[in-house]
Design a protein around this ligand. Structure first.
Ligand code: TIU
Length: 219
């Protein structure tokens, strides 16, 4: 049993029943010309965590921890995109519109690819999800249960949107979740801070947080 000096109190996990879930480290959010920028955000903050997420991936692979990735992406016909989601924002830059990296937030387009430095290895499942949470309308829960996973280590973007939504979905499904503080980022630093504070408040009401170096020291 490994023990991480996490907040608000130590997080314990067995590597064989733990998965690393890397959320939405796709060009759509991290590079100019994708969905993140279409929403009016400065995407520069997000690329800064790529080296830490890479180190976290390498660590998990070295310790034979199950690794899964997600992408937020819709079918080319947008049949899985709720009209309410598609209507949001500038009409010229909506989901499905043509951007410099292909159609925005559409599965199979260059912008929907995970950034090259974090490319999934063969055998690492990639969940393509139509929502912010990775459990809604995906087979993620079944895939974790088939693998005997009870503990989730979370990383990716953005902290208060897809990462927090997924962490809350996982927590309600009975997973013990650890969010890696320097392997997640937001376009809004104050939202990241608030998310870290709120998930670990009230005795880890949603889960635990720790920096990557603290996790690495546990194994
Ligand atoms: N806009 C924003 O902060 N995030 C998203 O739309 N998706 C994810 O967080 N992946």
């Amino acid at each position: 049993m490994a023990e991480v000096a996490a907040q608000p109190y130590p997080y314990r996990f067995e590597p064989r029943s733990t998965a690393l879930l890397v959320i939405d480290m796709q060009r759509d959010f991290v590079e100019p010309g994708g969905f993140g920028e279409a929403l009016g955000n400065d995407v520069g903050r997000l690329s800064a965590i790529v080296p830490t997420v890479r180190a976290l991936l390498d660590w998990a692979r070295r310790h034979a921890i199950t690794v899964l990735h997600t992408r937020e992406g819709h079918r080319p016909d947008l049949a899985d995109c709720p009209p309410a989601k598609q209507r949001r924002g500038d009409p010229a830059l909506r989901i499905g519109a043509k951007g410099p990296m292909g159609r925005i937030l559409v599965d199979g387009e260059p912008g929907n690819d995970i950034v090259p430095a974090l490319a999934p290895l063969a055998g690492e499942p990639v969940i393509v999800k139509p929502g912010k949470g990775a459990f809604w309308a995906t087979p993620l829960d079944e895939m974790l249960r088939w693998r005997g996973v009870t503990h989730l280590i979370l990383a990716g973007v953005t902290t208060e949107v897809c990462v927090q939504t997924t962490m809350r979905e996982a927590n309600d499904r009975g997973y013990d979740c650890l969010l890696i503080e320097d392997a997640t980022e937001s376009y809004f630093p104050e939202f990241k801070r608030a998310t870290l504070d709120m998930v670990r408040a009230q005795g880890a009401i949603v889960g635990w947080t720790a920096p990557f170096a603290t996790l690495r020291a546990s194994l």
